[in-house]
Design a protein around this ligand. Structure first.
Ligand code: ADP
Ligand code: MG
Length: 322
């Protein structure tokens, strides 16, 4: 039965000139260009943990690849190949077709070839491995943030966390449908900042993608670089949809600073490179916002616009209440 599914997947997988042998044999054969390094990453999505139980298969497929392309983006790598390990409760061809619409749709946008994987029966779980190319010495790493660097973030923060909070909200004061849909789209179909990551090579000192929340992920940069960061929680960029919720400062800051699932890039660069950062953002057609600075100490401090230190709420989960 799995063979039917694999045949369906194989029939739809796009080719690339550097895929010597794709789906169908015991291994794929891949030809990296001479002198380039491979950036390799893997992420697994489990139902109810990494995507809501009510997610449609096309969105699950998109997100499974998007979170991996986001890791490649954070290294400044050019995505090239991927592997897909599917654990499915039933051999459901229409589910797989819809899943592939999302997965292969995003793959096509970034010229990524699906070159193999594994298909098994079990609880719904999607494991993806993605490969990218990077020139030696040009990968963006977490451990190169320097004293005096600016801290930047791409796009907007907090939409996905707001969408997640709305799912478990009691429905009173529900936002307009268009606002809820815009937030939900950011949760279900994050756009990996692939072009921005590549444009930041040679410009940013350190980079990470924001998957677990800005403070947590910037904290990883600080720990790896042995530096401190100070950020202004009232400078965090927000979307029109998030603004339309009319949230109080406490809830908005919590969603934006510690919500997670944003898949934006957080990076540091010396102030002398502000114009280069702006040029990279323009080339990638993504907004970037300066949100703080790096200091020669350790830890991470968040301040509000009035200069009052801000600490995130203790609970990891943020809930809307009426
Ligand atoms: P093997 O038993 O040799 O591991 P499989 O029957 O698992 O082979 O897979 C056959 C071929 O199909 C292999 O090339 C494998 O990489 C590919 N494949 C299996 N499942 C998937 C999948 N979900 N997506 C892409 N390729 C897959
Ligand atoms: Mg196998």
């Amino acid at each position: 039965m799995e063979f039917d599914l694999i045949a369906r997947i194989r029939a739809r997988a796009a080719a690339r000139a550097d895929v010597v042998l794709g789906i169908g044999d015991d291994c794929a054969l891949l030809q990296p260009p001479a002198g380039m390094q491979l950036a390799v990453t893997a992420d697994t999505l489990n139902a109810g943990v990494h995507f809501p139980q009510d997610s449609v298969p096309g969105d699950i497929g998109w997100k499974a690849l998007a979170v991996n392309l986001s890791d490649l983006a954070a290294m400044g790598a050019v995505p090239v190949w991927c592997l897909l390990s599917l654990s499915l409760p039933t051999s459901d061809e229409s589910w797989v077709d819809a899943f592939l619409d999302g997965f292969l749709g995003l793959a096509a946008m970034h010229n990524v070839a699906l070159v193999g994987g594994d298909t098994t029966r079990g609880p719904l779980s999607i494991g993806v491995t993605a490969h990218g190319l990077v020139a030696p010495g040009s990968a963006l790493r977490r451990n190169d943030a320097r004293d005096g660097d600016d801290v930047w973030v791409s796009g907007q923060l907090g939409d996905a966390a707001a969408a997640l909070a709305l799912i478990s909200a009691d429905g009173t004061n529900a936002p307009p449908a268009a606002v809820a849909a815009a937030l939900r789209a950011r949760l279900d179909r994050p756009e990996p900042r692939v072009a921005l990551g590549q444009a930041l090579a040679g410009v940013a000192n350190a980079c990470i993608d924001v998957s677990d929340g800005l403070l947590a992920d910037l904290g990883h940069v600080c720990a790896a670089s042995n530096v401190a960061a100070r950020i202004n929680v009232d400078a965090l960029p927000s979307s029109a949809a998030l603004d339309a919720l009319g949230l109080g400062a406490g809830l908005r800051r919590a969603l934006q600073a510690s919500g997670g699932d944003d898949y934006e890039l957080c990076f540091t660069a010396p102030p002398a490179r502000r114009e280069a950062v702006a040029a990279a953002a323009a080339a990638a057609d993504v907004a970037v916002t300066r949100i703080g600075s790096i200091h020669a100490s350790t830890g991470l401090q968040a301040w509000d616009a009035d200069g009052v230190e801000w600490t995130p709420p203790r609970s990891g989960y943020v809930h809307f209440s009426s």
